[in-house]
Design a protein around this ligand. Structure first.
Ligand SMILES: Nc1ncnc2c1ncn2[C@@H]1O[C@H](COP(=O)(O)OP(=O)(O)OP(=O)(O)O)[C@@H](O)[C@H]1O
Ligand SMILES: [Mg+2]
Length: 276
């Protein structure tokens, strides 16, 4: 009997990607293969400089690998991301960068509206208000972006991404680079819950995170990237995010902390000692 529920198609993938910023430099990513399925959040975890941001840039088609490729699969169609025109990419792949560029005096509302324009849609007050509401920047709508705190600016990046996703009436992926790094615990929880809603709507979500409690709480899947730009492990978070894997990745011992029998965070042993 045929399987009545075929697996969710993998939308975004990297196959044997090797990337270098210049021929005279060692590769930043080496033979990297990974899949980022629709309907789930995949965390990318690794040391500073491992190549996490670079991997997002390859997946977005902003830079071209030396060998291998990033691909975007829709039913009956596979495309190499690097070959897609910029407009087509913006109607499929949505980016929250690690740092938003200075925004030349734009108001928050205007920046959020740009998400709709990127997706090829016109202004829509209700849609923009909804995206701002979900990212909790409604009360900042008339403020110049450049005058906001860093955590507030990160919420604007999320709002712009939500506005762009809402305007895409097709499969799409969201790639977010440390989107809550400057947020307080309450705002970070709201932001990551918003990413969960995006995944539940059937989008592929890829998020770079350093906070392991956030990975455990929000991300079904995890890719561990080692300092040489190689995949150290990739799969369900509960299988991948172990004290042994983290010790090998970061070079210090970790202890798991559990609540109700479930691992809720992983703490470097030295920090745990200081706290006791
Ligand atoms: N534009 C660039 N030109 C040359 N080298 C770069 C460029 N951007 C990044 N690199 C180098 O590539 C490597 C990977 O950088 P990347 O920003 O991808 O790391 P990361 O894992 O995102 O680190 P972090 O956790 O600090 O954000 C680093 O060694 C960095 O110095
Ligand atoms: Mg980075």
């Amino acid at each position: 009997m045929p399987d009545p529920s075929p697996p969710t198609p993998c939308l975004l993938a990297a196959r044997a990607v090797t990337f270098s910023y210049s021929p005279s430099h060692a590769p930043v990513l080496r033979e990297l293969t990974a899949e980022f399925p629709a309907g789930a959040i995949t965390a990318i975890v690794g040391p500073n400089g491992a190549g996490k941001t670079t991997l997002l840039r390859v997946l977005l088609g902003l830079v071209r690998p030396l060998s291998g490729e990033a691909s975007w699969t829709e039913p009956a169609r596979v495309q190499h991301v690097a070959d897609m025109p910029a407009g087509a990419r913006a109607r499929r792949l949505v980016y929250i960068p690690q740092r938003l560029s200075p925004a030349f005096g734009f108001l928050v509302r205007e920046l959020v509206e740009m998400g709709r324009h990127a997706a090829g849609a016109g202004p829509d007050r209700a849609a923009i208000a909804s995206a701002m509401e979900r990212a909790r920047v409604g009360e900042l709508a008339s403020r110049p972006f450049d005058e906001l705190s860093v955590g507030q600016q990160q919420r604007v990046g999320l709002a712009r991404a939500l506005a762009q996703l809402d305007a895409i009436n097709a499969p799409a992926a969201l790639l977010a680079d440390e989107p809550a790094a400057a947020m307080d615990p309450l705002q970070a929880t709201h932001a990551l819950s918003a990413l969960t809603d995006v995944a539940r709507a059937g989008r592929a979500v890829v998020v770079v995170l350093h906070d392991l409690a956030q990975v455990l709480a929000f991300c079904e899947r995890t890719l561990l990237l080692d300092a040489a730009g190689r995949v150290a492990a990739h799969g369900p978070t509960r299988d991948v995010l172990t004290p042994a894997a983290l010790e090998s990745l970061f070079g210090l011992p970790f202890d798991a902390a559990a609540t109700g029998g479930k691992t809720t965070t992983l703490v470097p042993r030295t920090q745990a000692r200081l706290a006791s």
